[in-house]
Design a protein around this ligand. Structure first.
Ligand code: PXP
Length: 391
């Protein structure tokens, strides 16, 4: 399945060429052309304008052009399909106006170009336009499903409650830093700590030492207050998760109202991104919040699973699960990396972990509760087995 891919674009926009090649390979396989040859060329607008003028007599750039080597729609596997040329400049403009990631826009243009090479033409008739659009949507869904299946759900462990126990005595043990190391050795993909304004569990010292010791990924959970923002900018965790924080609550109670504080959150995201810190927003499984999170430039969302976990009847649990599943799919389709967490335990985690769109789960209390009984290493390994679906 030779896919020849070349970029003559200026490099203004960063493009993952190996990933684009993998997308092309998946698409060739899905269209029964896995042994056929395809060339992809990425250019800037000026070069595209020249091609568009030369071949279509239109003196302006366009997003994608296809140059088929075969005729008709009955193309044998193993053929030379032809060339797809994509303007990265136009793709980037379109991506921005559609608030979709450039990677997804490029995938869509690749699909469009490939369908032309396979003999479809939306300019020939209305019926063909409808057929082509249907095929495009089918291939786009196939590509999304394949991308999701190729990534295993990861497990980040929240060690706040090791600090809760320490603070109960006001001495220096147990130490969340040591606990984090054991979690990592047991296979956790990340460590999460919530530096609360009232410092009820995690202390500034914990965050600073964890920054030095965590080998996987340190995710600092925090409210968007000036004091904590300045600590985050100084410590530079691998990412932050913004949560609503109320002084009286026992634990984080609900998702952020992103739509209600769009400007403020957009500014925090921009500030963090400038320092190279990606931002996740902890939100309820609500389409409005997801859309706004994508709009204001969040890299991740963490879907609040609390209502699913706390449901007291089977009907309620089903309903809440459907909301989480739909929200995860929607966020993924908008190009967000999707995490989930809150209230997950050894009984309810499997279904959420099995959702294709979920990248990582953030789990604290249930793992800490088990660790007291069976040890931290075993508690993390048992949860990891459930998350990976092999227990
Ligand atoms: N995600 C967020 C945003 C949280 O606030 C918490 C609780 O600290 C968790 C995940 C973990 O929840 P739990 O302790 O119930 O596993």
């Amino acid at each position: 399945m030779p896919v020849h891919i070349r970029s003559e674009a200026s490099g203004r926009h960063s493009i993952d060429l190996p990933r684009l090649r993998r997308s092309a390979e998946v698409l060739l396989k899905a269209t029964g052309q896995q042994r056929s040859e395809l060339s992809i060329l990425l250019v800037d607008d000026p070069a595209m304008r020249v091609l568009n003028h030369q071949y279509r007599h239109k003196d302006k750039p366009t997003n994608v052009l296809s140059f088929p080597m075969q005729e008709g729609t009955e193309i044998a596997d193993g053929s030379l399909l032809g060339d797809i040329v994509i303007s990265v400049d136009t793709a980037a403009r379109e991506a921005e106006s559609m608030t979709t990631p450039l990677r997804q826009r490029l995938n869509w243009l690749l699909i469009h170009g490939l369908i032309h090479l396979l003999g479809y033409d939306h300019e020939r008739s209305e019926t063909e336009a409808i057929l082509m659009e249907f095929r495009e949507r089918e291939l786009q869904n196939h590509l999304l499903r394949t991308e999701r299946k190729n990534t295993m759900t990861q497990l980040a462990i929240n060690v706040d409650h090791v600090a809760t126990l320490r603070q109960a005595r006001g001495i220096n043990e147990p130490d969340p830093v040591l606990a984090a190391g054991i979690c990592e050795l047991a296979g956790a993909s990340g460590i999460v700590v919530h530096l609360r304004e009232d410092r009820r569990h995690i202390q500034d010292r914990d965050v600073r030492i964890l920054r030095e010791t965590v080998k996987t990924r340190l995710n600092l959970e925090m409210g968007a207050t000036p004091e904590i923002i300045s600590i985050a900018l100084d410590v530079k965790p691998d990412m932050i998760t913004l949560v609503p924080e109320k002084r009286q609550e026992l634990t984080t109670e609900g998702g952020l109202n992103v739509s209600g504080q769009k400007k403020k959150l957009a500014a925090v995201i921009a500030q963090m991104e400038k320092s190279g810190i990606p931002v996740s927003l902890f939100i309820d499984p609500d389409p409005k919040q997801i859309k706004t999170a994508a709009e204001i430039g969040a890299a991740f969302v963490e879907i609040h699973t609390g209502r699913y976990c706390d449901a007291t009847t089977e009907t309620m649990r089903e309903h809440e699960f459907e909301l989480v599943a739909a929200a995860a799919n929607e966020a993924f389709a908008l190009g967000l990396t999707v995490n989930a967490g809150h209230g997950l335990n050894y009984q309810n985690v499997s279904r959420v972990a099995a959702l294709d769109a979920i990248h990582e789960l953030s789990i604290g209390h249930s793992v800490m509760a088990r660790a007291i009984m069976v040890g931290m290493d075993q508690a993390v390994r048992e949860m990891l087995a459930l998350v990976r679906g092999n227990s």
